[in-house]
Design a protein around this ligand. Structure first.
Ligand SMILES: Cc1ncc(COP(=O)(O)O)c(C=O)c1O
Length: 389
């Protein structure tokens, strides 16, 4: 198999994996939670890691200017975003980076805005730093199952909250679990509010490399001077190239103001990333484009396969086709699967998804399905939902 023609292995091969996704459930349960992909890793990353192991090159991480440079090239080519490589800092992973940033720009008790349903660790990061969570949930706009993304920003509430003394707005862009891309207009409106109310926006852009060709991802820091003054981006190659276990993320700023603030980050944050992670990330951004496009083709097929399978087998399940990434956000309310459908589905259907209540209390009838796998496994997962009814 070449990087141009990536295919997920069969179930027997996947069952040998040691990662969380493949070790959290009994072997007769088909696991589709945890945001990692089943595809074989890119050749360039594999080769680099083999060479490092063969040479016993397993020590501490030193300076790695190549990572900032490779990310800058990737960002320019994919998103027309001009990144200053000298303002690219390393962190252990996105979670640790966001927590360390919050520690230097907020005090315990400061208010941080999030928008549920959202990646559950956003809540854990706020708890870890003692910040007070302020939630302005997205609003679901449709009643009909149109397959278009129905989740809209509640602007009147956002405006109210911005002028009520929040310190930070933590956004997930593109959005997990909604698979939603913020438009340029939406991001500019947030930047305007942030400038006016002295709020810092932290933009978690870890899913951005996995944007479909018919959608347009806009990096927060590509929006001009005002955004540069009040925004910080945290991202990684770990989601796009499926190397989360290697541990490395990057923090990107683009103004003297934000650069000065980030200079207070603990010095050790850089060295708490791994040597493997930093070098694998650099090669992913530099040489991983062909592999990435092949993976996006697989995901593109699967996002429509889910639509077709649901239409024919489970037409009352609500699903919108994501604009980014490999997470399907399914509303199972109509199936009457009890208080937590994810538990019922493991028990009766032998198929595992992430529970909707992780992402917001009001989305407990949803599940998040990870479709970064083969079409056969996606089909089997939908079959198992049907069998559980
Ligand atoms: C939005 C978002 N941010 C961060 C992470 C985790 O990143 P890391 O493993 O680098 O902490 C995930 C993982 O699913 C995610 O979806």
């Amino acid at each position: 198999m070449s990087d141009r023609d990536i295919k997920a292995p069969d179930l027997a091969a996947l069952l040998t994996h040691k990662s969380e996704k493949w070790t959290s459930f009994p072997r007769d349960v088909l696991p589709l939670p945890v945001a990692e992909m089943d595809y074989p890793v890119a050749d360039s990353i594999k080769k680099l890691l083999h060479e490092m192991v063969d040479a016993s090159d397993l020590g501490y991480l030193g300076n790695i200017p190549e990572l900032g440079e490779a990310f800058a090239c990737f960002a320019l080519e994919r998103w027309d975003w001009k990144v200053d490589p000298l303002q690219v800092r390393l962190g252990t992973d996105v979670g640790v980076a966001v927590v360390e940033i919050l520690r230097i720009i907020t005090k315990p008790g400061d208010k941080v805005l999030v928008n549920s349903p959202v990646y559950q660790n956003f809540y854990n990061w706020l708890t870890e730093t003692g910040a007070e969570k302020i939630d302005v949930p997205f609003i679901r706009s449709d009643e009909e199952n149109t397959f278009d993304n129905p989740w809209e920003i509640n602007w009147p509430e956002i405006e109210k909250v911005y002028s009520s003394g929040i310190k930070v707005h933590l956004i997930c862009s593109p959005h997990n679990p909604l698979g939603r891309i913020y438009s340029k207009e939406e991001l500019l409106r947030l930047v305007e509010l942030a400038k006016k109310n002295d709020v810092i926006i932290i933009s978690d852009e870890i899913h951005a490399p996995l944007t479909y060709k018919d959608s347009h991802f806009v990096p927060m820091l590509a929006l001009g001077k005002d955004a540069e003054e009040c925004c910080i981006t945290v991202t990684a190659a770990s989601k796009g190239w499926n190397i989360a276990g290697l541990k490395c993320a990057i923090i990107v700023t683009q103004s003297e103001t934000m650069k000065e603030k980030m200079s207070h980050l603990p010095f050790a944050l850089h060295y708490r990333a791994s040597l493997f992670g930093a070098y694998a990330s650099a090669i992913a951004f530099k040489e991983g484009g062909i592999w990435l496009d092949s993976v996006i083709e697989n995901l593109d097929h699967n996002r429509y396969l889910i639509r077709d399978l649901l239409t024919s087998m489970l037409p009352t399940v609500k699903y919108h086709v994501p604009q980014n990434g490999y997470l399907a956000w399914l509303d199972l309310s109509a199936l009457n699967l009890g208080e937590d459908p994810s538990v019922t589905l493991v028990e009766r259907g032998k198929v595992a998804f992430n529970a909707g209540h992780y992402y917001a209390p009001h989305t407990s009838q949803y599940v998040r399905l990870n479709f970064a796998t083969s079409p056969e496994i996606v089909t089997e997962a939908i079959n198992r939902i049907r069998k559980a009814l």
